[in-house]
Structures are given as structure tokens and as C-alpha cells.
Design a protein around this ligand. Structure first.
Ligand SMILES: *[C@@H]1O[C@H](CO)[C@@H](O)[C@H](O)[C@H]1NC(C)=O
Ligand SMILES: *[C@@H]1O[C@H](CO)[C@@H](O)[C@H](O)[C@H]1NC(C)=O
Ligand SMILES: *[C@@H]1O[C@H](CO)[C@@H](O)[C@H](O)[C@H]1NC(C)=O
Ligand SMILES: *[C@@H]1O[C@H](CO)[C@@H](O)[C@H](O)[C@H]1NC(C)=O
Ligand SMILES: *[C@@H]1O[C@H](CO)[C@@H](O)[C@H](O)[C@H]1NC(C)=O
Length: 526
């Protein structure tokens, strides 16, 4: 038997991990009973209006031995959960069983969501929070005596920079020019990018990896939600959650850097922020928070610009992109930049949970102060909404433009000539590096996926919005059903992982992943 196992391990290294995992479960089930330190079981089924048995996908679980804002031994679990499980989903408690080498503690985790319960989507990002015990080494979810063991990780102890920008998950991504603008502008003003990638054209992904090696960004695979084992038909989660669970990705990023970064921003790749009063984001944000305890986030409206881009790496110029940019006279919902300790979760534009959270500063106060986001009027997001492809020859004909005026005042420019030139010089230095030069022939020269996805999004919900017929109660903002044809001359990398299902539990069965990675065998899908 032992030799067989050894043989098996030699053949397949993954099996070793799995075996470890099984050993972990077995130990927790069969070792001598540990003293139960505390018992706080929560009723679920009857009191909250049981509706149906459902499935929850656990994106990540964090364990904070110490946290400035979450307390000692805090747990935060990011999930996508079917809101039609019990009638009062936000009153639901999730029983956690946490163990360390000497004891076990049962705790009821409370839940919050960033979504409105009236939205059309069946699934929500549900964040479960609790405090457990020191040196936790096993975390389980329990219901009616059945437990599922959940993998967890510690948040980052150090952040590469005090300002982190979490970039929304990229799928079928091909617009490397937008990335170059984002990475060089955010680097110049002192932010590190945390990139979530679902799928990306391979040469573009390699470009990202080169920038990762240089230390300007970190790449995290963002996984499609899958319930690997279910014994009944289920509502498809990816199709029935707002924007492919973008909220869960942003929240995961926030929780990962909560203790390590001072400020965290939540952006799309084409949302550029250029500080106007300081030389760095850090100083700008400190200045705008201005020591005020009631500001939850700094919220910048998106100002839509159209500009040009070059299909070739060697002709790419941020200076050109900025100088040819034209304000389209339209704005869009803004983006938030937050003090990490004041947010536990976030929606795409701000945290609905952190907005209007009561703050008590003294015992004598009768009415609390409400924490709210600050609407910024110094500048907005420089949103590269539309980019028209032009070659060097066509660019020459366009002539040199002017740096656009800041649309919040139409007086100052969005960036100084000097800073723009410094960013351009830095870009050109990087484009000349041999490891980046060698990717030039392989980067896509025209948009293929972008127009298809844009049309699909327009059909799915932008159209309804633009004619004023849009309501989140009527439409779940999601375009997972978009048919994305595959382009065979450019291969894509896609995220994947080992998917696991816990035992059937009531009312919710839990599903999770381990060992995530990127693969060339899936394609350019959402
Ligand atoms: C287990 O947790 C309890 C409660 O936090 C703590 O008192 C005890 O020291 C912990 N045991 C170990 C081995 O850390
Ligand atoms: C924006 O509006 C101004 C006048 O208010 C107009 O001159 C300009 O052409 C418009 N720009 C775009 C891109 O639509
Ligand atoms: C974050 O979680 C902690 C611990 O539960 C809580 O005290 C705090 O009020 C929460 N903050 C926000 C903004 O919800
Ligand atoms: C910008 O906001 C600040 C603080 O909210 C306010 O004092 C100021 O008058 C505003 N400026 C403009 C131009 O609206
Ligand atoms: C600035 O000009 C644009 C037109 O280009 C206009 O839409 C906007 O309202 C102006 N903003 C201010 C603050 O005057």
C-alpha cells in the first residue's frame, strides 16, 4: 500500500497536495477531541425564512492574526452566494469552527453585501466576518453537524507601495496600449498595480509579466465560478452575478492589502488618475482626507475622453495619447480611492456598506456622525473611453495637440507638460528594453475582441441605460452570455485552478479552489 502511494506521488505531484489536504481533514476529524473554547451556534433554517438549498462559491478567505480595523484573529470570507437561500439573507449567520493546536472555537460569522437586495441578479457578493482564535490552522464551516474545511490565507504583511490600485478582472484582453498608459502613469505617481486576469492575449500577458518582474505590478488569476459537484440543477452563477463578480475581485484585493497598504484604489484598466495638487498619490490622498474621520473614500467622477493609439509598440506614446485626447462631454459613475482601514469591502464605484456607517466619537453623543464618500472636485478620472488606432504616418498628419483642460474647471490642464514628458521618457526607456522589444511583433495590431464585447454589452445593458430604460431591478448587469469567437492567430492564457466541493450542507453547500494557475488550453473567454 505504501509503495503504491509513493509511486502515485512520484507520478503526480498534485496528488501530494491533495493528499496533504485529505490528511488535514482526517486529522481534524479523528484526533483526540480538543476542548471547545466557546460555543456560539446560530440558527439558520427556521427563523430566517428558508427558501431553498443553494450553492456558494468561496473566492477567498483571509485570516488576520492582528488587524487595525477588524480586531484580533479576524476572518473575512469573500463569497458569491445565492440571495434566494433564506428570505432574510443579511440576518444569516455562518457557523465557523476554527481550530489551533490546543483548542477549537465555534463562532457565528455575520454577513454583509455590497449589492442592493432589490437588484435583479440572483447571486450577491457576500462577505462573512468573524473573530476566532490565535494561531488558527484549520477553518471549517458547519451546519447541522456537517463541516466543510476551507482553505485560507493571511493578508500581505507588506505592500510593494503604500498606494495600491486594484484593477478589475481582465478578460479577452488585448488592449496593451491602455495598460502601458496605466502602468506608467500610476508608477510615476507612486502606485503599484494589482492585476486580476481571467483571460488575455498571450503576448500581452507576457508584457504584463515583464512589468511584474520589474516590480511595478502583481498578477493574480481571477477564476470563473464553478461548482464542481452538485446533485441538482443550479442557477448558473457567472451569468447571474453583477459584472462577472467584479465586486468580489475588488473586495479580495482590498482584503489582501488591508493591513499593508495605506490607500487602495479600485479602477478599470482605462481609468487613469492624475493627481493635481501633489507630486504623488500618497500626498494627494493624505491632503484630501485632510485628517477627517468621516470620509470613507475619495470619489472621482469619470470624464470620458477619446484619443488615438498606435498599433505598433515602437510608435506607442503616452504623450501622443494625452495630447490628442478630447473630452467627449460625457461623464460616468466614478471610482473610489480609500484608506484601507475604513473599508471592509467595496462595490465597483464605492462601498455601499462603508457609506453612511455611524461613527461615535464620545459616549455623550446621542446621534452618531455618518461616514460618507467625498465627491472630489479637484479633478476626475481621465477615462480613455475610446481609442482610435493610427499609424505613425497618420499621427504626423494629426499634428501636435494640446494637453486637454481639466474638465472640472476648464482652466488648468489635466497634467503638466513637465510630468507628461517625464512619463513619456520613462515609457520610451522601458519600450527599448530587449525583453520588451522582443514582444513587439506578437502584440495585437488591431482590436478583435473589444468591438465584439462592446456590442454585446451594448445589447445587454448599455442600450437600455442610454435610452433611460435601465433599472438594476429589471436587468442583472452581466454579459456572460456574450458569444466570444476565438481568434486562432493569437492564443490566449486563461485562469484555472483545482475546483473542490464541500459535502452537501443545508441551506448552503460550499465550493472553493486551490492551486490556481494560467493555462493556454481554455481560450479567450470570460
Ligand atoms: C489557541 O487559541 C486560544 C484562544 O485564542 C489560545 O489561548 C491558545 O494559546 C491557542 N493555542 C495555540 C497553540 O496557539
Ligand atoms: C463638447 O461640447 C462643446 C460645446 O459645449 C463642443 O464644441 C464640442 O465639439 C463637444 N465635444 C465633443 C467631443 O463632442
Ligand atoms: C469593518 O469590520 C469591523 C469588524 O467587524 C467593524 O468594526 C467596522 O465597523 C467595519 N467597517 C466598515 C466600514 O464597515
Ligand atoms: C470643492 O469642494 C470643496 C469641499 O467640499 C468646497 O469647499 C469647494 O467650494 C468646492 N469647489 C468647487 C469649485 O466646487
Ligand atoms: C467644460 O467644458 C465642457 C465642454 O467642453 C462642458 O461640458 C463642461 O460643463 C465645462 N465645465 C465647466 C466646469 O465649466
Amino acid at each position: 500500500m505504501l509503495t503504491q502511494i509513493r509511486h502515485f506521488i512520484k507520478r503526480n505531484f498534485k496528488a501530494l497536495l491533495l493528499l496533504n489536504f485529505i490528511a488535514l481533514i482526517t486529522v481534524s476529524q479523528y484526533s483526540a477531541p480538543k476542548p471547545v473554547i466557546e460555543q456560539k451556534s446560530a440558527p439558520i433554517r427556521d427563523t430566517l425564512g428558508y427558501l431553498q438549498h443553494t450553492h456558494t462559491f468561496i473566492h477567498s478567505a483571509y485570516y488576520y492574526p492582528e488587524s487595525k480595523s477588524l480586531g484580533k484573529n479576524a476572518i473575512a470570507i469573500v463569497t458569491t452566494t445565492n440571495k434566494r437561500t433564506v428570505k432574510q439573507i443579511l440576518k444569516m449567520k455562518i457557523n465557523l469552527v476554527a481550530s489551533n493546536d490546543t483548542g477549537i472555537i465555534n463562532t457565528a460569522a455575520t454577513v454583509t453585501t455590497e449589492h442592493r437586495l432589490t437588484d435583479r441578479c440572483d447571486y450577491l457578493m457576500l462577505l462573512a466576518q468573524a473573530n476566532t482564535l490565535e494561531n488558527m490552522n484549520v477553518l471549517e464551516i458547519e451546519a447541522d453537524g456537517i463541516t466543510a474545511s476551507i482553505p485560507f490565507k493571511k493578508p500581505k504583511a507588506v505592500a510593494p507601495k503604500p498606494v495600491m490600485f486594484c484593477v478589475a478582472p481582465q478578460f479577452a484582453a488585448e488592449q496593451w496600449q491602455t495598460f502601458l498608459a496605466q502602468v506608467h502613469i500610476s508608477k510615476f505617481y507612486g502606485a503599484h498595480l494589482q492585476m486580476y486576469v481571467v483571460s488575455m492575449v498571450e503576448s500581452y500577458f507576457q508584457l504584463l509579466q515583464e512589468y511584474e518582474k520589474l516590480g511595478y505590478l502583481s498578477i493574480e488569476p481571477w477564476l470563473t465560478i464553478k461548482f464542481s459537484k452538485v446533485d441538482e440543477p443550479v442557477i448558473e452563477p457567472n451569468r447571474n452575478v453583477e459584472l462577472r463578480a467584479q465586486t468580489a475581485a475588488h473586495t479580495d484585493c482590498l482584503l489582501m492589502y488591508k493591513e499593508a497598504a495605506t490607500f487602495i484604489g479600485f479602477v478599470d484598466m482605462d481609468d487613469l488618475l492624475i493627481p493635481v495638487n501633489s507630486a504623488s498619490y500618497y500626498e494627494e490622498f493624505e491632503r484630501d482626507y485632510n485628517g477627517n474621520w468621516l470620509i470613507s473614500s475619495l470619489h472621482y467622477t469619470k470624464y470620458d475622453f477619446q484619443t488615438i493609439k498606435s498599433p505598433y509598440l515602437d510608435e506607442t506614446s503616452i504623450l501622443q495619447m494625452v495630447k490628442q485626447a478630447k473630452y467627449m462631454n460625457t461623464t460616468d459613475s466614478g471610482k473610489s480611492f480609500v484608506r484601507a482601514e475604513r473599508y471592509n469591502s467595496t462595490w465597483a464605484h464605492w462601498s455601499r456598506v462603508a457609506d453612511l456607517v455611524p461613527q461615535f466619537f464620545g459616549e455623550s453623543e446621542e446621534k452618531p456622525f455618518l461616514m460618507t464618500r467625498r465627491e472630489m472636485n479637484t479633478t476626475g478620472m481621465f477615462h480613455l473611453k475610446r481609442q482610435i488606432s493610427k499609424t505613425g504616418l497618420q499621427l504626423a498628419n494629426l499634428g501636435e495637440g494640446q494637453i486637454p483642460l481639466n474638465p472640472v474647471n476648464n482652466k488648468t490642464t489635466i497634467i503638466s507638460e513637465e510630468n507628461l514628458q517625464a512619463i513619456e521618457d520613462d515609457l520610451q526607456r522601458h519600450l527599448a528594453l530587449p525583453q520588451i522589444q522582443k514582444l513587439a511583433p506578437y502584440l495585437p495590431k488591431e482590436d478583435f475582441y473589444m468591438p465584439i464585447i462592446l456590442k454585446c454589452y451594448t445589447d445587454a445593458f448599455y442600450h437600455a441605460r442610454d435610452i433611460g430604460r435601465f433599472s438594476q431591478a429589471a436587468i442583472c448587469i452581466n454579459a456572460y452570455s456574450c458569444d466570444i469567437p476565438q481568434r486562432h492567430d493569437y492564443s490566449c492564457v486563461h485562469s484555472d485552478a483545482m475546483y473542490h466541493s464541500g459535502p452537501r450542507m443545508d441551506p448552503i453547500t460550499y465550493h472553493y479552489t486551490t492551486d490556481s494557475y494560467f493555462t493556454r488550453s481554455i481560450g479567450c473567454y470570460q
